[in-house]
Design a binder for this molecule. Structure first.
Ligand code: GLA
Length: 386
């Protein structure tokens, strides 16, 4: 933990701000032990049309507060202190289940089986061609129209501030081969880091690319634009896209382009640059190729800093890429958690992942998973304020 982080938590405690009211009227204590006593708490969030009960779990540790839904594994709320110890929910979302079911552009959700796009929803594996549902222009996006973001996950507490989410995706679901058994663990560490560990196994060759689609606004959801947030990404290359947002296959240098975030740069600085790639996506919606490459352990690659609140998020990952999306398709039609509407660039996503359309791009790192292998991916979000 950084010194400033400790100072912020200490001042928040002094102001009585760490006395969180996690859970609601229906909250029950469930599992968990040590680390200050309270484990993850569960409450009813809503019911799906078929009667399935959806829970919301609340975790708190090291000065970070997290709320997670069993529906989509959604990060429904993520509260962290600013430089004065004042908490805000820095993730976009909804207050009710119905909006997640009918309207959500993947707010906070687990994404699978394949994060981002597969061209024309088609790929060939071991000589067999597979057709996935096409749900984004001519392409398949985020695992199809009933992806992991729309599934109810089994959630069990697995530590003082940890949840294990499991889902078994049947062979052929959303067109993908193989029964895929997925385990995702959400952990708040002693330092208040939010760590996500993904694991998956299959009984037949398939492709997998899991991520989380949290929309961040470090000033707080509903507070306005993220154009003044400063972003730093250790990525010397990015994957340019065609006019349907499928990578052309080129790993292009970021030098001299709007995609150069190797030094801290305001997100808004080049958002109106008039560059072809920015026009295609109506902003940033591109995979940056992290210089670190694939690593066994999460390595730091990304920093997001909000000068207004002083909140900073650092991201370490095992993944070779990150989809940087500047909330381009937000258009003021959705009302968020605290009742305010979300407009273009009111949040950004940093989806750590393998590159889009890898199943059709032999030069990209492989996303193929075979029986006997275990897919593993970890991303850690650390928070501080200055
Ligand atoms: C990803 C995609 C975007 C968009 C968002 C959700 O970031 O790359 O094009 O689909 O998800 O709206």
């Amino acid at each position: 933990m950084s010194t400033s982080r400790r100072a912020v938590i200490a001042s928040a405690a002094a102001a009585g701000l760490t006395a969180a009211t996690v859970g609601g009227a229906h909250a029950h204590g469930h599992g968990g032990s040590g680390g200050g006593g309270r484990g993850p708490r569960r409450e009813t969030f809503g019911r799906l049309d078929d009667g399935t009960e959806v829970h919301r779990w609340s975790l708190e540790r090291g000065g970070t507060r997290l709320k997670v839904l069993s529906y989509g594994g959604v990060v429904q709320s993520l509260e962290i202190p600013d430089r004065h110890g004042r908490y805000a929910n820095v993730s976009l979302g909804f207050a009710d289940l119905g909006s997640y079911v009918s309207d959500s552009p993947y707010f906070g959700a687990l994404i699978g089986r394949y994060g981002n796009r597969i061209a024309r929803g088609r790929f060939t594996l071991d000589g067999t061609e597979y057709q996935l549902p096409v749900n984004d222009g001519p392409n398949s996006l985020h695992g199809g129209d009933q992806g992991f973001d729309k599934r109810v996950w089994d959630v069990t507490p697995s530590g003082p501030a940890a949840l294990t989410l499991t889902y078994t995706s049947p062979d052929g679901e959303m067109g993908y081969p193989g029964t895929l058994s997925v385990t995702v663990t959400y952990t708040l560490t002693d330092d208040g880091d939010f760590r996500i560990d993904y694991e998956a196994t299959t009984d037949a060759p398939t492709v997998v690319n899991l991520t989380n689609h949290t929309y961040f606004n470090l000033s707080g959801e509903g507070s306005g634009s993220i154009e003044n947030h400063e972003l730093t990404v250790a990525a010397s290359r990015y994957t340019p896209v065609d006019d349907t947002l499928i990578p052309t296959g080129e790993l292009a240098s970021v030098a001299g382009t709007p995609f150069d975030f190797r030094r801290p740069k305001a997100v808004g600085a080049d958002l109106r640059a008039g560059a072809e790639q920015i026009l295609i996506a109506q902003g940033f919606d591109h995979n940056l190729v992290l210089d670190k490459g694939i690593t066994r352990r999460p390595e730091h690659a990304i920093t997001l800093y909000d000068p207004a609140s002083g909140r900073q998020m650092d991201i370490a990952t095992t993944e070779p890429g990150v989809q940087f999306y500047s909330g381009n398709f937000q258009d003021g039609t959705l009302t968020g958690t605290s009742g305010r509407t979300y407009r273009q660039s009111d949040a950004l996503c940093l989806e750590t992942q393998h590159f889009p359309d890898s199943p059709n791009q032999p030069e990209f790192p492989s996303t193929v998973l075979r029986p006997g292998e275990t897919y593993r991916s970890t991303t850690v979000h650390s928070f501080s304020a200055r």
